[in-house]
Design a protein around this ligand. Sequence first.
Ligand code: SF4
Length: 323
Amino acid sequence: MNVAALHTHAAAIRNAPTWRAAGLRYFSYNYYLRKLYGRRIHKVSIDAGFTCPNVDGTVTTGGCVFCDNRSFSPSRRLPRTSIAGQIEEGIKRIKTRYKVDDFIAYFQPATNTYAPVTKLRRLYEEALAAPKVVGLAVGTRPDCVPADVLDLVSELAERTYVSLEYGMQTMHDRSLDWMNRGHRHASFLDAVARSRGRGFEICAHLILGVPGESHDDMLATARELARLNVDAVKLHNLYAVKDTPLADQVAAGRVQLMELDDYVRTVVDILEILPPTMIVERVSGESPPNYHVGPAWCLDKPALRAALEAEFTRRSTYQGRLA
Ligand code: SF4
């Protein structure tokens, strides 16, 4: 399929979603990619060695309260190799667990647009040149996408599938301040406005269970995301990993992490609000168990998925029911 046909096909899948007819409760990314490519597609993580303006002092220092780059990707714990080498190794690892032949190269840890555009082009092109890579996903901050970076991402989207993933986290500035994000919600609004209609998908990353946020505050963020109508969302609970300010606050009893029941109820409430056309890339977070501090329940993904399914069934509900 040429790229124009791919984009047309992607828009058709998103605009007339068939996931309910397929028996799903929400528009999962797996389902979307299967429809788009006609086969299973998996992301392969790349650690390109980026840092972050929220760590190196350009925006602030210390980073987000929950951030420990080591926990972002399995590749972080291996000696860093070339992009091609990381993709090859990552594909080998994934193939031991899943029957999948094609991959989206995912620039994951840190801020993956934080470099001169010539360097970004070289890194992204190297990933796209790897055998079995059929698309690109890039995780970044909303205050780190100057015009030349968006021009590059847009140009690449003329050749292949591209998703740009922004850390929105919440619409509440007081929560962004608590996290030490170093940006406000206005940055996310600006990034989305400048990214829209440029050929790549816009994905928003949300964190549930930020201290001081009520259930209604989290639903307000969901309504804001529904209003913005971005292409995709990732949801996860606030969790703590070792050697972070958050881990210290949890240990000192200053922060309570969300319980499973509350998380499940909130995720279903949020998915009811989000439009049925919004792809749900993720409903839980993950960190390597040896770095994980808590809560313990989010390491048991099958149990979390079962609890979500049970809540959807109990309520006879689905994504977009209240959209
Ligand atoms: S923006 Fe991302 S990489 Fe930077 S400190 Fe926050 S979580 Fe870490």
